[in-house]
Design a protein around this ligand. Structure first.
Ligand SMILES: [Zn+2]
Length: 181
């Protein structure tokens, strides 16, 4: 027994109000679909037009934060000149010496053993070498005092080693023993 079924698709939005109106449009969003009459299709289309026009409005506020443009190479981790050289001396709290050196290298620095005229920085952990500290003082090398717990980890995660710390005084007991030896 053949039977022909004639389907009339109703507007889902009208159906929600209890009205039966034939649908003439289909709205698909991802996995959802709604059948809509012409009137509802136009109304929903208007909502979407409004939605997509919204981002143009708050533009006026964007002028305020300002100095984004100033952000330059300094933060990019790849200084334009030759890689700065760094001497690490003393023990850095929480780091094995080779891990500390690896961390410094990972931030674009070259780790060297001796202070030279072009050495950028001396990183001083606990009980730094008196000879290196003296050499750094003579060469006016920048100093990062990494003896404070957490200071080194913070600098590494910031991607930049500070250079403005005071060179450690050489009056600590262990250092004095070494100096007199
Ligand atoms: Zn409708």
């Amino acid at each position: 027994m053949a039977r022909r079924v004639i389907e009339v698709v109703q507007c889902d939005a009208c159906a929600a109000k209890g009205e039966e109106v034939p649908a003439s449009d289909e709205l698909r969003l991802g996995t959802d679909a709604w059948d809509l009459c012409g009137e509802h299709a136009n109304r929903f289309a208007g909502w979407f037009r409004d939605l997509f026009e919204m981002p143009t409005e708050p533009e006026a506020d964007e002028d305020e934060p300002g100095p984004d443009v100033q952000e330059d190479d300094e933060k990019s981790g790849h200084p334009t000149g030759p890689a700065p050289t760094v001497v690490i001396t003393g023990s850095i709290p929480g780091y094995h010496p080779h891990d500390a050196a690896d961390a410094v290298r990972s931030r674009g620095y070259v780790v060297v053993d001796e202070i030279g005229p072009d050495t950028s920085l001396i990183v001083c952990g606990d009980d730094p070498s008196a000879a290196l500290v003296r050499a750094a003082r003579k060469a006016a090398t920048g100093c990062f005092d990494a003896a404070t717990p957490g200071a080194f980890a913070r600098a590494i995660s910031a991607g930049r080693l500070p250079e403005g710390d005071e060179l450690p005084s050489l009056k600590r007991k262990s250092t004095r023993l070494k100096e007199s030896a």
